[in-house]
Write a protein that binds this ligand. Sequence first.
Ligand code: SF4
Length: 356
Amino acid sequence: MASLPYYPDKVYIDKKSLDFPLTKRILGHLDGVPQEIVPSPRRKQAILEAIRSSKDPIGEGKRILYLTVQKGRFVKPCPCTPRVIGCGYFIINLNLQCPLDCTYCILQHYLAEPWLTVFVNLEDLWHELDDFLEKHHRRAIRIGTGELGDSLALDHLTGLSADLISYFRGKANVCFELKTKTAGIGDLPAVQRPGNIVVSWSLNAGKIAGEEERGAPPVIERLQAARAVVKKGYRVGFHFDPLVRFPGWEREYEEVVRKLFQVIPASSIVWLSLGALRFPPALKKIIQARFPETKIIYDEFILGRDGKLRYFRPLRLELLRSVGEEIWRDGLAWKPRGKRAVENTLFPRLWGQDKS
Ligand code: SF4
């Protein structure tokens, strides 16, 4: 797995995407990388079949970039677990797949096409967002990229984060989030004061980051990137997800939480989330085939109502409680004043007044 910044071995360009400014911008950064125009769906299928017939189609797909046009909708509600309270989050799908290669990544199972796709018809995105925000103008909206790929891993090629920040900045009822595991923050513009743009990092124990999150920088580099982003004027978030059990997990997670509060001013943190390892049984087979040395899929798992394997409840609670308590201890200075304190700082007027 090549370390970032990422450059593909080859770029395929859907004929329909040739004239878009974003296509030109991306290709401008890929001088010397072999390029091929894909003239028809038949040729596209042939290329995909060649990738799928390789020994490791997912790994092979990560070496290839495909530029195309989004024909459906860019903005979708978060596909939350059925029959549980939804998170109300909206996702923007601008790219699919990720150049990093985490052993536990759900995208290995979830996405049909293994190559890295970037949708270049940004003009359609802005129109769709205008309509979407007009429809929901009385409601507090949380929206972000980073659901079907890392938000910043391709930013040195696409420059999309700056476009998105410029679109969302100043939209009072919207909180926009970029989610990443990288330290590639060079293209984020400075902002004047903390506003409605949040950059968040996925954090994990050093052992998990080192052994299971291939291509991602060590946790300390992610924290240093977060600190640099705070200096640029942003507020930041952190996702401890997936929390994984392994011998010594208590000490390692304690260490990363302590480091977080040493490096990042607590007042700049707008949210922290926790989630324990979970995966569909079909992903387990993929992980076994691609990463035979990993041990994280062998533990006491049960099959949840949502069809995903997750730790037996007492083990899950122990993990969540332990890391949660450590955050509470180390982050006392930031202790929220109430259930919605954090959201209220972002949506002082609109939160809780959903009239859409
Ligand atoms: S960074 Fe996220 S999207 Fe990328 S491989 Fe890891 S888990 Fe998957």
